[in-house]
Design a protein around this ligand. Structure first.
Ligand code: FAD
Length: 448
């Protein structure tokens, strides 16, 4: 009997496998497709490669500003695709090496849970003291007329082989939607986002949503808010009774959990397609846990990994100190976006008395040198001057946000963060100005 069988080799599964192996446990990891899961093969890494390549192309058109002239830059889609694949391959080789060195037994095949201590894969039955489900998710398909037409694609299709698309309509103004819009807009393609809410990225700070919409529109992206889709036709999509012609329609409206062929009917509780777990990620079956995209909640790679580590530490060490309540979220548009903790909207909704300090990156030296678009850093603190949230829209936001994640974890005060020296010139130095601005602002008292 092995100590743990993990089903799914994405960021939840393989990170958990490595952690359990580090704790000297015998681990079996089952993956039916590719190690790295959605994140490495169809998600984070391919999109970030395409964002990087398309951003380079877009930057070339602005190089005159820096005194550099280029006759005509061209795009080779086959080479971009090769570059994207090479990033994926390098990282996959890395994961394979780590698992091999850690002596994790990796089995390629579909894992099926037979009981709380048995998993079947390729006609072999593996007995285990614990089972961790980390089977991830797949794109959700909208239930609208014409959705099965050839013109409709998901992120999986677009990332599998990156090809030129002249006119694209993106259904969904969430993270995946705006990242794809950025890729095609950078490549000077005709892009339309269709969003049913009155904002894109509607869960983030409102100023971020509006600023991003402004920047995308400036780049030529058409954004249709509060839109109602009538149907999809062979040459486009009918929205608010108007035809928008397209070569491809990307359906980017969220994801659903992978549970098919994982167990026979009703062995494990599922609600709305997601595996049901308690606060410690336990399913209804004793010693069977589930983490990552296959359960309800935040669908981010680093959160999936963190939850996996939490479960492994709880099982094999009896406790875990990982803080799962403080999850940074990033959007890799040309000007990066990042949030952690509570944003202004959430503070109001939760009835928390708060202060908000803000600094415009127009006065940040590194932003001026880089000729960056208009960005800002916002810090939210509570009535005791403890940092409780940050919303960033600026270059390197995905890196700078870690300063705030740490601060929130450590319950740092505004003063303790401003007592630190930040390098000059740097994008991160502007957090001091945003922090200091909170002391000039009145406390927003939420009357209850
Ligand atoms: P997955 O990564 O989906 O891995 C699950 C694995 O389980 C898969 O490899 C699957 O083949 C395998 N599997 C399923 N069923 C079985 C079975 N029965 N037996 C064996 N194996 C099985 N997140 C970020 O944090 N940052 C980003 O920038 C980001 N960008 C994204 C861009 C896109 C286009 C998409 C789609 C997602 C993005 N995400 C991003 C989300 C991120 O990819 C997921 O949150 C993350 O991959 C979830 O990890 P997971 O391990 O739970 O599942």
């Amino acid at each position: 009997m092995v100590d743990i069988v993990i089903i799914g080799g994405g960021p939840a599964g393989y990170i958990s496998a490595l952690k359990a192996a580090k704790l000297n446990k015998e681990v079996v990891l089952i993956e039916k497709d590719q190690l790295g899961g959605t994140c490495l093969n169809r998600g984070c890494i391919p999109t970030k490669s395409l964002l990087h390549a398309s951003h380079k192309f877009n930057e070339l058109s602005k190089s005159e500003f820096f005194g550099i002239s280029i006759n005509e830059a061209t795009v080779d889609y086959t080479k971009i695709d090769e570059y994207k694949n090479s990033c994926v391959t390098k990282l996959k080789i890395g994961i394979e090496g780590l698992l091999k060195n850690a002596k994790v037994r990796v089995i390629k095949g579909n894992g099926k849970i037979l009981s709380n201590s048995e998993v079947e894969v390729n006609d072999e039955i593996i007995s285990a003291s614990n089972i961790l489900i980390a089977t991830g998710s797949k794109p959700r398909v909208l239930n609208i007329k014409g959705i099965d037409k050839e013109i409709v694609v998901t992120s999986n299709h677009l990332l599998n082989e990156f090809k030129e698309v002249d006119k694209i309509v993106i259904i969904g103004g969430g993270v995946i939607g705006v990242e794809f819009a950025t890729i095609y807009a950078n490549l000077k393609k005709d892009v339309t986002i269709i969003e049913s809410c009155d904002l894109i990225l509607s869960t983030l700070d409102k100023e971020i949503s509006n600023n991003l919409a402004m920047q995308l529109r400036k780049a030529g992206v058409k954004i249709k808010l509060k839109a109602t889709i009538n149907e999809i036709v062979d040459n486009g999509i009918i929205v608010n009774d108007e035809l928008i012609e397209a070569d491809k329609i990307l359906c980017a409206v969220g994801r659903t959990s992978n549970t098919e062929n994982l167990f026979d009917n009703k062995l494990i509780d599922v609600n709305n397609g997601s595996i049901v777990v308690d606060d410690n990620f336990k399913t209804n079956l004793e010693n069977v846990y589930a983490v990552g995209d296959c359960i309800k909640g935040i669908q981010l790679a680093h959160y999936a990994s963190a939850c996996g580590l939490y479960v492994i530490e709880n099982i094999f060490k009896g406790s875990s100190s990982i803080n799962l309540n403080n999850v940074p979220a990033c959007v890799y548009t040309n000007m990066e976006i990042a949030e952690v903790g509570i944003n202004e909207k959430a503070a109001k909704e939760k009835g928390i008395d708060y202060k908000v300090g803000k600094f415009s990156m127009l006065s940040n030296a590194k932003s001026v040198v880089s000729n960056s678009d208009r960005g800002f850093i916002k810090v939210i603190s509570d009535s005791n001057n403890i940092v409780i949230g940050a919303s960033l829209m600026c270059d390197r936001a995905s890196d700078i946000v870690s300063i705030f994640t740490n601060a929130i974890n450590n319950k740092s005060t505004i003063d303790s963060l401003t007592d630190t020296i930040y390098p000059h010139p740097s994008f991160s130095e502007s957090i001091v100005e945003a922090l200091e601005d909170t002391s000039k602002q009145a406390l927003h008292v939420i009357y209850r």
